[in-house]
Write a protein of this length. Structure first.
Length: 276
């Protein structure tokens, strides 16, 4: 059930492209839930995507959110947290629940990987490598070992209720990237714990990822927030809005003189219609 005490939510965009309506919707959902429960709404910049991260976009994001009429407290960006990711990586390695993997996406498809809710499910090709391999590697979570250590886990979604943790639904996800720091799964789990997030809001497309994040919380002895997986805004073709498909940016709308407060009102109406 929704917490009656003050809550802390967050909006955590990556500066690898401009914000669009989908981001605005997600930010408004998180902002409004926090304000409705006398809580805090945080802004965290997730800027560890290597060359794709464009520092100047963070200021654009702040202008966009202000244009929408949102108020927030800003926390440290991910680029300042690398040491904490490395510490957690060492803990997982010591526990024997991660292993190096040199497979490319082509290798994974060639191995007959089954489709899953977040893409192809890794078939476990490199599990036998354990802790040593030649050349650069990414590191994956050994779901079987991790699940055995953690035991049966649960997590709570404010829209869908109590959930049994099922990490097998997404398989051995990447925990540490080949040429860059921690993967999304490890970074967001650690960041939410450090930032005191008590209600993690995000789109339905990340519902399955929460099974992995709950497992990491158990392995790393982290606090467990509640979750709120809201519906996604879709484009005219029925696909979710995305930077890579050129969805209209908030900054373009703002610079063209569109009324941000009116746009926020329209998005809140959609939020009401979608029941989130």
């Amino acid at each position: 059930m929704m917490r009656s005490s003050p809550i802390t939510t967050r909006f955590a965009p990556s500066p690898n492209g401009p914000l669009h309506l989908g981001h605005a919707f997600a930010a408004i959902v998180a902002h409004d839930l926090a304000k409705e429960h006398r809580g805090r709404f945080l802004l965290r910049i997730e800027d560890i995507d290597g060359a794709r991260s464009r520092p100047e976009l963070a200021d654009e994001f702040r202008r966009d959110l202000e244009w929408l009429g949102l108020e927030w407290d800003e926390v440290r960006p991910q680029s300042t947290r690398i040491a904490s990711y490395e510490k957690a990586f060492a803990q997982l390695k010591e526990a024997g629940v991660i292993y190096p993997c040199q497979c490319s996406r082509t290798d994974i498809q060639a191995a007959g990987a089954k489709p899953g809710p977040m893409g192809a499910i890794y078939p476990g090709t490199c599990r036998h490598l354990d802790a040593a391999c030649d050349g650069p590697a990414q590191w994956r979570l050994n779901i079987t070992r991790a699940d055995k250590i953690a035991g049966q886990l649960k997590w709570y979604d404010t829209l869908d209720g109590a959930q049994f943790c099922d990490p097998y639904e997404v398989g051995d996800v990447v925990i540490w990237r080949r040429d860059e720091p921690a993967s999304y799964h490890l970074a967001v789990t650690l960041d939410d714990a450090v930032d005191g997030v008590t209600l993690a809001t995000r789109g339905r497309d990340l519902f399955a990822a929460t099974h992995i994040h709950r497992l990491l919380q158990a392995l790393l002895d982290l606090p467990i927030p509640a979750y709120h997986h809201h519906p996604l805004l879709l484009d005219e073709t029925g696909q979710k809005l995305a930077k890579r498909r050129g969805s209209p940016s908030l900054s373009d709308r703002r610079l063209a003189g569109e009324d941000g407060l009116m746009l926020a009102t329209q998005l809140r109406l959609q939020k009401f219609e979608l029941g989130t």
